[in-house]
Design a protein around this ligand. Structure first.
Ligand code: FE2
Length: 273
């Protein structure tokens, strides 16, 4: 005979389900000070614990109200990525929050994953994983070289007016790499055919503590901590071109990174910032 769950077990199950439907503030995959000197710990802390946490709270608030409404609960169940594909179905009183706070939530989640203490090592024909080598080939086909991609991306970032983001994304329909700027927290991923690979937060909160109005110095610093292998993995998954291989261990990646720029040159670069 099957026994009915006790009231306590049922209550716990409900709480667990409710909690599971709440978006968490994604933990950083590294320490706040580990991107120094390129991105300072103070900026990282206020960005993650202040801004990202606030977007998370706002979008959870809207989702909670939508979940309680029989006419909207099917939307709230979608998950935030899917919901951003269906913004036109979200009632007006929640559409702004879902677009702005929901976009802020997903963009910042990807932002942290786009950076790494072992970053700054662009893909080459001799990169250790197949996805880096394939990504390098795709970049070469579209932009001519990684340096030219960086130039085009940096030019786009410099042109962001007000608060916004610069993206490199894979267009699944056209099967091309493309660069675009978005306003506010919009993301190319609002179109399911577009898969972001790299992004740069051009809101002042991302750089003003350290760089003030020197946006070019911030963009330059960004390249020193970009997690290129993670971008290459996203490219492999979005394009289906190749099954991504596991990334090398952090100590191997650190050797690659330090080997990229001589110590004295790094010190000079730091001093210039
Ligand atoms: Fe931000």
């Amino acid at each position: 005979m099957t026994r009915a769950p006790s009231a306590a077990v049922a209550a716990l199950s409900f709480v667990a389900a409710a909690l599971a439907q709440h978006l968490p503030v994604p933990p950083l995959p590294y320490a706040y000070d580990s991107l120094e000197p390129w991105i300072d710990a103070a900026t990282m802390k206020v960005h993650h614990l202040g801004h990202h946490a606030a977007y998370t709270k706002q979008v959870n608030g809207a989702l909670e109200v939508m979940r309680a409404d029989p006419n909207m609960k099917h939307l709230a169940k979608m998950g935030i990525d899917e919901l951003l594909h269906h913004l036109d179905e979200v009632p007006e009183q929640h559409a702004g929050t879902i677009r702005n706070a929901g976009g802020g939530y997903v963009n910042h989640d990807l932002w942290w994953k786009s950076l790494s203490p072992w970053g700054g090592v662009p893909p080459t024909d001799a990169s250790p994983t197949i996805q880096e080598r394939r990504f390098k080939a795709a970049v070469d086909r579209t932009f001519g070289s990684v340096d030219k991609l960086k130039d085009a991306f940096g030019t786009a970032a410099a042109a962001v007016f007000g608060s916004g983001w610069t993206f490199l994304y894979f267009n699944k329909k056209a099967r091309t790499l493309e660069i675009t700027n978005t306003a506010g927290h919009d993301t190319p991923a609002m179109d399911p055919e577009k898969a972001p690979l790299l992004l740069l937060d051009m809101w002042e909160h991302a750089y003003y503590l350290k760089h003030q109005n020197m946006r070019a110095a911030y963009v330059d610093a960004f390249w020193h901590v970009v997690d290129w292998p993670a971008a290459a993995t996203r490219y492999a998954l979005a394009s289906g071109e190749v099954a991504p291989e596991p990334l090398p261990a952090p100590d191997a990646r650190e050797k690659q990174r330090v080997g990229l720029v001589p110590t004295d040159e790094r010190a000079e670069a730091v001093a210039e910032l």
